[in-house]
Ligand binder design. Sequence first.
Ligand SMILES: C[S@@+](CC[C@H](N)C(=O)[O-])C[C@H]1O[C@@H](n2cnc3c(N)ncnc32)[C@H](O)[C@@H]1O
Length: 222
Amino acid sequence: MSEYPMEFNIIVETARLNEIEMDLAAGAYMLLTDAVADVNLNNVPGLIAEIGVRLGFGIFSMMCAGGPTRYYIGIDPYGNILYHDCNGRVARHDYTNSMRNRFLKNIYGWTETTGIQFSLFNMEDTEFFTRFDDGILHYSNEKILETQYAVVHIDGPHELESVNLTTNWFIPRVPVGGYLVYDNVNHYNHSIIDGLLIECGFEQVKEISFKRSYIRRSLHVS
Ligand SMILES: C[S@@+](CC[C@H](N)C(=O)[O-])C[C@H]1O[C@@H](n2cnc3c(N)ncnc32)[C@H](O)[C@@H]1O
């Protein structure tokens, strides 16, 4: 891990201590931590979200970078349903309810000590889009309605139709300075998504291990 910056090594070590599973491409998660650090630095409003949570290293990395002033959400059905994976296969993986329980136990053990606020929306992204079209509520002394997304990690189903739908749903909800981050961009025709994002005022920031991040520079649609 020595090739990563010190802050990231600490994230990886903390994840290990809390049994939050990371994968071998941990370096690619720096796209996420950089994006979250940037929106905090620039006071970009909105939620930090992840579609496709698994054992939580993506959302955990973002929590470490963003700290307790943000609200974090994860969207994942688990339940061992059929999954369109990054190899183009539709199959059942190990994304079970037992995995969800393990993730929640680990992450809430950690958030209890750090004051980080997190909610899991235990459903498919498509269900979330229909049911939470007008935002999500959370409570911290006040009732807070969140309708914007500062950073979204898109790591659920890896096929074009789904990624396209997701991108179109988030575009009107990402303010200037916000980020959309994609995983496995090599496993579908990402050039279509790339074109859509550029048209809508986004600019590519980085690509590491087939994760790619985009920042919104303007709300103008060309
Ligand atoms: C590749 S894993 C995510 C890895 C995770 N982002 C990380 O950084 O460790 C894919 C996840 O997508 C979830 N998933 C499957 N179908 C989904 C859907 N329609 N919407 C949201 N998540 C979905 C699976 O349950 C699984 O947990």
